[in-house]
Design a protein around this ligand. Sequence first.
Ligand code: YH5
Length: 374
Amino acid sequence: MREIEILAAPGRGLFVPGETGVYLRPLDLEHDGAGRAYVAGEADRLLGGGPHRFQRAEVILRSIDRIVAFSGQIDNLRDWALDAGCQDLFDAAIFNLTRRHAMLAGKYWERPLVMGIVNVTADSFSDGVDRRDPAVAVSHAHALIAAGADFIDIGGESTRPGSAGISRAEEIARVVPVIEQSVGFGVPISIDTSKAAVMEAALSAGASIINDVTALTGDPESLGAAARAKVPVMLMHMREGPRTMQDDPQYDCAPLDVFDYLAGRIAACERVGIAPGSLIVDPGIGFGKNDLHNASILARIGLLHGLGVPVMLGASRKSLIARLSLDEAPNDRLGGSLALALGAVEQGVQILRVHDVAETRQALTLRQAVLDAR
Ligand code: YH5
């Protein structure tokens, strides 16, 4: 992976037309209290239409010979872009950063939303609970909602590194009863699947969001199924498939490569009639990435706002936490999970996919209380 060289100032000759990619990451996000975020005339500085205002950004330029980054006030950066001959690309990036997001399944964006994870898989957990039992999954969903989950994400297939797939019929048999018995709890349900038939069965059972770790590439039918369903779709980045994804993954620059991939998937969705207003992007922490890739992506996750759609993160209990810390078991990774979640929220990430809903809500609430006291 190539390094991003940090420059004190932009300098001349960095932008070569036709050869240099321009990426913008908003910096120093300020959260405005309810109402103030939507003041007319200031919309050009509001991330996704609100509630975060930004006056500064980091510009990253990728060309064949180097990748450089520099930061500054938006107005000064725009002067640089004018001078360098890339004002069109710069303005397009600002347009995407500030494009007002549509509501998601009836939710506004005034605070980070928390999606609680409900696994209906055969993964053996140390607690010895059989997660394929629908009653266990339903009571878990209920507990997550009581703890403050804005959504629940129900998945029947393990996508852990090295795991083999299960059949459509098996996956449907696992998730549908859980969805049917959880719709009454009153929060939107997303279906975590890469199979079109499972998406369709789950939506019929009452799910209202598609969460696909293959960004609708895992099944030739899924782009069409998602377009027909007209529901929000979460597009996640992954390299290869779960079976082989951790076999020495390579990137030129992980954060930028993930950005480009997701931009391509948004374009593919638009071509089949899925509007950007119903898309959400996710860098796919741990999916075909080594620790350095994961950390570099998290360091610059705010870049993904330049795709013009809300950004979500799923880092909860993932094995990178154990590898970068003390090899803790999944149930002992709450500290790392919260640290990664708060770091992402600092960069404006709008949705957190987590196991520990109550603890995540508590961390977010305290963070906001301290910010509000400024
Ligand atoms: C995600 O990031 N991840 S399934 C290994 C673990 C813990 C958790 C114990 N579906 C994502 O959660 N959907 C999954 O080690 C996802 N984003 C989105 N959108 C993997 C998972 C996990 C894996």
